[in-house]
Structures are given as structure tokens and as C-alpha cells.
Design a protein around this ligand. Structure first.
Ligand SMILES: NC(=O)c1ccc[n+]([C@@H]2O[C@H](COP(=O)([O-])OP(=O)(O)OC[C@H]3O[C@@H](n4cnc5c(N)ncnc54)[C@H](OP(=O)(O)O)[C@@H]3O)[C@@H](O)[C@H]2O)c1
Length: 164
């Protein structure tokens, strides 16, 4: 049986997910949660998200990077040129779950195939240059919600969405 495809993402109230190829807020607990949710699983990402990591690859996970550039290579990255190729490579590990970790271009491509979204709602209007639309409640059911606040007073919520 094939593994379910999940998104792991953090999104501000106004839809922003990125600024200058970085994440426009700092929530250390969310970074720990990201690590816990993805560890041991294949992670699928766009080439810009790969470039955004200060250290790469992310250890303990097969880093599958999608690019249109036939010549692109990077140490520690499994390079593919289409989403279906990325997912086939990920499925070949027989994982419990495939984590699609962004960014906006890749989530848009993969949305019809996703069955679960590990969403961190960041309760601010962030400045940024990459955003994604809200998830349509007609298609997504909220399964869990946990509210938190950082030491600096930034409120955020962990929300698990499942496809209806
Ligand atoms: N908040 C979060 O949870 C989160 C998570 C991840 C990323 N981010 C942020 O999101 C931003 C990056 O997102 P993004 O949407 O700009 O880029 P992205 O989705 O990470 O990567 C886009 C790249 O993927 C490749 N690509 C896209 N569609 C393709 C297709 N159909 N076939 C083959 N290759 C394809 C292209 O690479 P080439 O140009 O090499 O051809 C394209 O430039 C950054 O600011 C990052 O920090 C935020």
C-alpha cells in the first residue's frame, strides 16, 4: 500500500510563508515539531526551499529536491525533475508517511494528492514575498488544534487537517 502524503507547513494569518527565501518568524518550538514530524521520513521539497536551509541536507531524512534544471546537483540531495518522480522515489522507501515540506510552488502541485496537513498557524500578518491561500474547509476537516505562545508573545497554533 502506498504511504499517505502529508504537508508540514507554517503559515501566517495573511497567507505568508516566506520572505527573502527564509521563514519570516522565529518559533523554536515549531522547528522542533517540524523535526519530530519529519524525522526518518522522505521529505519532498522545491529547489528554492532546499536553498533556504542554512545547513543541508536535513539529517535523518531522504531529501528529495524538485528542479527543472537538468544540470542541478547538490551533495545530500536526491534530485528529481517532476513531482511524480519525487513521490515514486519517496514511496520506494515504504515510509509511514511522505512529508511534502514546501514551498508554495510544490504545495500547489501536490495539493490534490495530500491527505493530511500538519499546519502551524502563525497569528500575525507577516511581511513576505511568498504566500499560499487558506485551505478550503469544504475539503479539509480540522482534527486537532493546540494553541501556544512564544516567550516573545507570538501566538501560534498547531492544527491537523485531514481531507474530508
Ligand atoms: N513557512 C513554511 O512552512 C515554509 C516551508 C518551506 C519553504 N518556505 C519558504 O517558501 C519560500 C520558497 O517557496 P517557493 O514557492 O518560492 O519555492 P519552492 O516551491 O521551494 O521551489 C520552487 C522551485 O521548484 C522547482 N519546481 C517548481 N515546480 C516544478 C515543476 N513542475 N517541475 C520541476 N521543478 C519544479 C523549480 O526549481 P528550479 O528553479 O531549480 O527549476 C522552482 O524554482 C522560501 O521563502 C522558504 O523560506 C516556507
Amino acid at each position: 500500500m502506498s504511504a499517505p502524503i502529508s504537508f508540514v507547513l507554517a503559515r501566517a494569518n495573511n497567507g505568508v510563508i516566506g520572505a527573502n527565501n527564509a521563514i519570516p518568524w522565529r518559533i523554536p518550538e515549531d522547528m522542533k515539531r517540524f523535526k519530530a514530524l519529519t524525522m526518518g521520513k522522505p521529505i519532498v521539497m522545491g529547489r528554492k526551499t532546499w536553498d533556504s536551509f542554512p545547513k543541508r541536507p536535513l539529517p535523518g531524512r531522504t531529501n528529495i529536491v524538485i528542479t527543472r534544471d537538468a544540470n542541478w546537483r547538490a551533495d545530500g540531495a536526491v534530485v528529481v525533475h517532476a513531482l511524480d518522480e519525487a513521490l515514486a522515489r519517496a514511496q520506494s522507501e515504504n515510509p509511514a508517511e511522505i512529508a511534502v515540506i514546501g514551498g508554495a510552488e510544490i504545495w500547489k502541485l501536490a495539493l490534490p494528492l495530500a491527505s493530511r496537513i500538519h499546519l502551524t498557524e502563525v497569528h500575525m500578518d507577516a511581511q513576505g514575498d511568498v504566500s499560499i491561500p487558506a485551505f478550503d474547509a469544504a475539503h479539509w476537516r480540522e482534527k486537532d488544534r493546540e494553541d501556544h505562545v512564544t516567550a516573545d508573545g507570538l501566538r501560534y497554533s498547531y492544527v491537523t487537517l485531514e481531507r474530508r
